[in-house]
Design a protein around this ligand. Sequence first.
Ligand code: GLU
Length: 449
Amino acid sequence: MTSKSVTVRFAPSPTGSLHVGNIRAALFNYLYAKRNGGRFMLRLDDTDDERSTQEYALGIEIDLTWLGLTHDLFARQSDRIAEYDAAAEKLKASGRLYPCYETANELERRRKRQLAMKKPPVYDRAALKLTDDEKRAFEAEGRKPHWRFKLSDEDTSFDDLIHGPTRIDPRSLSDPVLIREDGRYLYTLPSVVDDVEFGITHVIRGADHVTNTGVQVQITRALGATPPIFAHYSLLLAEDGAPLSKRKDADFTIAALRHSGLEPMAVNALLARLGTSDPVEAVLMLDELAHGFDISHLGRADIRFDPLDLAKMNATLLHKMPYDDVKARLAAKHCDLGEIFWETVQPNLGLFDDVELWANVVNGPVTPVIEDAGFAVTAASMLPPEPWNIDTWSVWTNEVKAKTGAKGRALFMPLRLALTGLDHGPELKNLLLLIGRERALARLSGSSL
Ligand code: GLU
């Protein structure tokens, strides 16, 4: 296969919000496509019209756009029911899709009996033995069939890009229901039909889908097609080892991360490398991340998500960002005070929005904190005349030190508190230049400016 033909897809069901767990499917597929010069498809698996909503679908697109994971192809399963009907007819005609009339209660009772007899709770295929008369009798009662795919006994193996050769024994599985009694498709068949019809070459998804893969390989073959290549990555767990679930971990939704002011590349850079054999690095561009992405480096062990890692990654990225890349963003916040300002405050940023605080320290008004007015007045009187340069700070503080005898923290902290109103912040030798003589004088004398 040439690399040109690579086509992958991210196939979320719009029944919830994307979070750091399920967004990995989008990220890995996107990076795989870019790395191989292929195409990335967004497919909304929305055949469950009770649980799917427009709002979630829109949210998914907003999240992907924010992360920069733009798609080359798009499909919505609810537009493609005719294709699934055609595939279902084909499977019915070949005897692989058969009607079943058991109610959920009946199935549950059967399952319990099997378990009590220490048998695996696999569907017993009783429906295959129904005569036409029996089926008609059920229908006359008002029962509608659900439809199961008849698994064949052959071993369904595939060569997983992460796990290597993988074997699913179909005899341990129940024939899967593909169509519910209300006529709606479950995800399994539409997914196969779409993967075949859109020429999906690789299916990269979570390890929770391995069993589905065995089933879907059989369905693909039953439809006369060749299965794609599969890769099942380990799932991301919360810090306590529990699965990341939509409801419990609302803070970890992509929308919540966006609203908290994180950089989208912090999310991409961390998630692309967590659980791989490659070091987690602050990578500024998706292209660069794609270039270094090797799916076979994803490991098999569980992966924990620690939100602190994301905060750290965010800070590291900000500390690397060149001024030209942030100039427009600074201007939009009325914080573009020039390249020196950016480089001065950059090491102090945890979030980009923190620049507002430092722009305010420069431009004021700042309420100075003065503990020893005498010391501040002396220091003010020694401020060198302008023009100032990068040495002004040390020239000045050396003089203040000689005059007052204060040194170290006792010298610098009162100056910082007076000049910025804060006990921490960027290097004062740069900050002093940005604050300028007029504001420095005012603040040292206790006035807000
Ligand atoms: N809609 C499925 C899911 O969200 C897609 C799984 C797949 O990649 O095939 O789990």
